[in-house]
Design a protein. Structure first.
Length: 245
């Protein structure tokens, strides 16, 4: 139900929470008591703060399924103690099986970077890795958005390049390197297409070089989304909810 324009957004959100908790508790009386006993998420999600990319919702998962760090433009910086602490806790303590870095279309950080100029304050410093990517791929990005064309394709491409750069940082992280070697932790680079609601696997990280498996099939309990290099499978029968192969 849409938010009535005259109603305070916070009051609406609080009443919505009451309704949601009531519905979930009615649907499954054990849900919240079980949730309160602890977490064992299989997925660490690194994504953008954008309000249109709520990871648990767009994955079709539930509270307890996804450990999360989100920031503006899903930038993975090795010296960012916030990102690094989340990664270390998720990988070494929670023992997640998948690390998913997800960019998205229509990202404001990518659009601002392509537009040039200054955003203001600390944001220009935060977005500097995107600016460096833009300079490194200026020719390709200009071609995509050139000749008076709209910036959508270039913005999406910069978001992809940003995921690639983030995956390189993740694959160089010693905590992740150890977990990949010792217990087969998987690292995935993905892009969420807001206009369709679909997540595309970019075939990066531990999935790199495996290529698109044409003709790959799964059981009737999963939905298959074919990306450029790989296939994303949403399982419905397990707590993890998702398997990337
Ligand atoms: Zn964004």
């Amino acid at each position: 139900m849409p938010t009535p324009p005259q109603q305070d957004a916070f009051a609406y959100a609080m009443s919505s929470n009451q309704a949601w908790a009531g519905y979930k508790g009615h649907q499954n009386p054990e849900f919240f008591p079980k949730l309160a006993t602890g977490q064992k998420p299989a997925i660490l999600w690194l994504g953008c703060s954008d309000s249109r990319c709520p990871e648990t919702t767009i994955l079709g998962l539930q509270p307890g399924d996804v450990f999360v760090h989100r920031n503006i433009a899903n930038i993975v910086s090795p010296t960012d103690i916030n990102t690094s602490a989340v990664i270390e806790y998720a990988v070494t303590q929670l023992q997640v099986k998948h690390v998913v870095l997800c960019g998205h279309t229509s990202c404001g950080g990518a659009a601002a970077t392509l537009a040039g100029g200054r955003v203001g304050g600390v944001l220009d410093l935060w977005l500097s890795p995107l600016r460096a990517l833009r300079h490194a791929h200026e020719e390709e990005l200009t071609a995509l958005g050139g000749a008076g064309g709209d910036k959508t394709a270039a913005t999406t491409r910069l978001a992809e390049l940003n995921v690639e750069a983030g995956i390189r940082v993740l694959m160089a992280n010693p905590v992740i390197q150890d977990a990949v070697a010792e217990r087969g932790l998987q690292v995935h680079g993905t892009l969420f297409d807001i206009a369709s609601g679909r997540i595309r696997d970019l075939g990066l990280g531990t999935n790199k070089g495996k290529g698109l498996r044409s003709g790959h099939s799964v059981g009737s309990d999963g939905e298959v989304v074919r990306g450029r290099y790989a296939t994303l499978v949403f399982q419905t029968d397990g707590a993890a909810g998702m398997q990337v192969c």
